[in-house]
Design a protein around this ligand. Structure first.
Ligand code: NAD
Ligand code: TYD
Length: 343
């Protein structure tokens, strides 16, 4: 089986490539990635020379390139991780999110149709459901929860989901969609909550917690997400959406405190800063469908996953140091300067 994995030089895509190489050593994996600020070829250095792997630098919006890649590789399936993925960046400038996340997905699906309706899996997010109130612990997102997005990022992902379902109905494209909660683990780009807090704590810098830090996310170790995608790809029902999440809801401030405690750093580093615009309050997934249909359940407990993640950042300083030495500095300045004054 040959699978085109888009966005495989990013956080979850790279973890998926490593996972699939172990789970299916006989598969050919072709990674198509534009290497935006979030993509790192160094992440893939351990697999670049493997005969069952090919890396292609390119944009999923580039129709000619995508069509010729499909002509060359004759893939059996596509798993689309490629996306602009950071909510804060989508608030600064939505346009690239619409281009990559919506147009790019449509180009890939056109290529899949043209190649004979090959299997297409769209990696989506629980953020398409909007948010849940903080005081209703009994409410969860199911696959039938209405789409109700808050940010340009989540709106672009919801648009891609609707397009994917429409390609299934209109053209018979064998599509599945997974909507996962917040992932954490190795190779997570430093702009996101968990790596940002680990790295800032290690550097003795302020830890910028938005608002009061009471927003809740449902955290899943990245390998558990990869296993869910593998299962859906092979056994999921065509035309269906599967929520992926682990009943591991935590407030941001509690995550930050755990990280500080594990690193032996002072809570004085915490700085409450101006809140994110339109900040979603709570995400919480009901994974009943994927667990009853496909037998999927999260395997990594948060206490183990966060310990492994912190250790990974301690052991792989050169990976993140190279990133934060680059254009990340401009982003950090733009995003946080003026915001970091204690309120
Ligand atoms: P990421 O930002 O770490 O990686 C994105 C990758 O896509 C990068 O390698 C980047 O170079 C590549 N890319 C971006 N635009 C491209 C384009 N036009 N053409 C080709 N490649 C392009 O993102 P991530 O956190 O790994 O997320 C991967 C997917 O999972 C996204 O679709 C995201 O919406 C979804 N998702 C993420 C989370 C999470 O917690 N990180 C949760 C649920 C769903
Ligand atoms: P993030 O990692 O950006 O993921 P998402 O917004 O997709 O859930 O943020 C996770 C939570 O952490 C979210 O509620 C925003 C909050 N947050 C902070 O408090 N400070 C920060 O510097 C960042 C990046 C996020």
């Amino acid at each position: 089986m040959t699978i085109i994995v888009t966005g495989g030089a990013g956080f979850i895509g790279s973890n998926f490539i490593f996972y699939m190489m172990k789970a299916h050593p006989d598969y050919r994996l072709v990674c198509l990635d534009k290497l935006t600020y979030a993509g790192n070829l160094s992440t893939l250095k351990g697999v670049l020379d493997m005969p069952s792997f090919r890396f292609v630098r390119g944009d999923i919006c580039d129709r000619d390139l995508v069509y010729s890649l499909f002509d060359e590789e004759h893939p059996d399936a596509v798993v689309n991780f490629a996306a602009e993925s950071h909510v804060d960046r989508s608030i600064l400038d939505p346009s690239l999110f619409l281009q990559t996340n919506i147009i790019g997905t449509s180009v890939l699906m056109d290529a899949a149709r043209r190649a004979g309706n090959i299997r297409f899996h769209q990696i989506s997010t629980d953020e398409v459901y909007g948010d849940l109130p903080l005081d209703r612990k009994d409410l969860f997102f199911t696959e039938t929860t209405p789409l109700h997005t808050s940010s340009p990022y989540s709106s672009s992902k919801a648009a891609a989901d609707l397009l994917a379902l429409s390609y299934h109905r209109t053209y018979g494209l064998p599509v599945t969609i997974s909507r996962c909660s917040n992932n954490y683990g190795p190779y997570h780009f430093p702009e996101k909550l968990i790596p940002l807090m680990i790295i800032n704590a290690l550097k003795g810098k302020s830890l910028p917690v938005y608002g009061q830090g009471i927003n809740v996310r449902d955290w899943l170790y990245v390998e558990d997400h990869c296993r869910a995608v593998d299962l859906i790809l092979h056994k999921g029902r065509i035309g269906e959406v599967y929520n992926v999440g682990g009943h591991n809801e935590m407030r941001n401030i509690d995550i930050v405190r755990i990280i500080l405690r594990q690193l032996g750093k002072s809570e004085d580093l915490i700085t409450f800063v101006e809140d994110r615009k339109g900040h979603d309050l709570r995400y919480a997934i009901d994974p009943q469908k994927i667990s009853s249909e496909l037998g999927w359940l999260p395997e990594t407990k948060f206490e183990d996953g966060i310990r492994k993640t912190i250790k990974w950042y301690l052991d792989n300083e050169s990976w993140w140091q190279e990133i934060i030495d680059g254009e990340y500095q401009d982003y950090y300045e733009r995003m946080y300067s003026g915001r970091l004054e204690p309120r």
